[in-house]
Design a protein around this ligand. Structure first.
Ligand SMILES: O=P(O)(O)OC[C@H]1O[C@H](OP(=O)(O)OP(=O)(O)O)[C@H](O)[C@@H]1O
Ligand SMILES: O=c1cc[nH]c(=O)[nH]1
Ligand SMILES: [Mg+2]
Length: 220
């Protein structure tokens, strides 16, 4: 897996990620969602440089012009719930994309303190055969949600190319995903944190992205 860590080179992106983490700012739910969306737009712009371009001619009122435009058939897929604002950010630019949505959540069992498996229940997806799949989830903690999602998407066809988009990833989770996917998969990530805590939350991370965006959920 090839990794583009966008915060390696400082940019305005760092402001938005810092606000997502900041306990004095992140409680403003609207700003939290909007920052995720803005980061989606920035990552989208960076990712767009890796697409395939062909000349396209148009007539303006005063002449004609040929520009290189992206040709890829894009399918945007995001993991509910926290993926929704990131999905919106990507869709703001890839406005002709097809879209897929999947639910993946941690189902805790009673056998241990940090014992859970990822439950995939809802999946709406177009044909992925030959498409450019962009799978988005703001948090990549253990990596299990992304791997479970990629497994669930297998029955919808084989994409020509897979891009993973995330905002904060933990090193161990990135390694887990990288062991599962093929080497030509690209991960576009806002920043990488070192570790997970005993409940598999990213440290320093930002807390629970779904809860911060949409309100606290009851544990299942
Ligand atoms: O890499 P993982 O260990 O699988 O964790 C990451 C998952 O956790 C978050 O979702 P969460 O389960 O909190 O659901 P929510 O978005 O509904 O809050 C996040 O949006 C990812 O889907
Ligand atoms: O750190 C984490 C881990 C999982 N889900 C989140 O929202 N945050
Ligand atoms: Mg989730």
């Amino acid at each position: 897996m090839k990794i583009h860590n966008l915060s390696e080179k400082p940019s305005i992106l760092n402001t938005f990620i810092s606000e997502l983490r900041d306990i004095s700012i992140q409680k403003d739910r609207m700003r939290f969602r909007r920052n995720i969306e803005r980061i989606g737009e920035i990552i989208c712009y960076e990712l767009s440089k890796s697409l395939h371009y062909k000349p396209h001619s148009i007539k303006s009122p005063l002449g004609s012009q040929t520009s290189e435009l992206p040709q890829d058939d894009i399918v945007l897929c995001s993991i509910l719930r926290a993926g929704i604002p990131l999905h919106n950010g990507l869709l703001n630019y890839f406005d002709k994309a097809d879209n897929a949505f999947i639910s993946a959540y941690r189902k805790h069992d009673t056998s241990g303190f940090n014992s859970f498996k990822i439950e995939v229940e809802y999946l709406a997806c177009p044909n992925l055969e030959g498409k450019t799949l962009i799978l988005a989830d703001p948090m990549l903690a253990t990596g299990q949600s992304i791997v479970s999602t990629l497994k669930a998407l297998q029955s919808f066809g084989t994409p020509k190319k897979i891009h993973l988009v995330s905002i904060i990833g933990a090193k161990p989770g990135i390694e887990y995903v990288s062991e599962y996917v093929s080497t030509d998969v690209i991960l576009w990530i806002g920043t990488i944190d070192k570790e997970l805590n005993s409940q598999s939350y990213i440290v320093p991370g930002l807390g629970d992205a779904g809860d911060l965006a949409y309100g606290q959920k009851l544990q299942q």
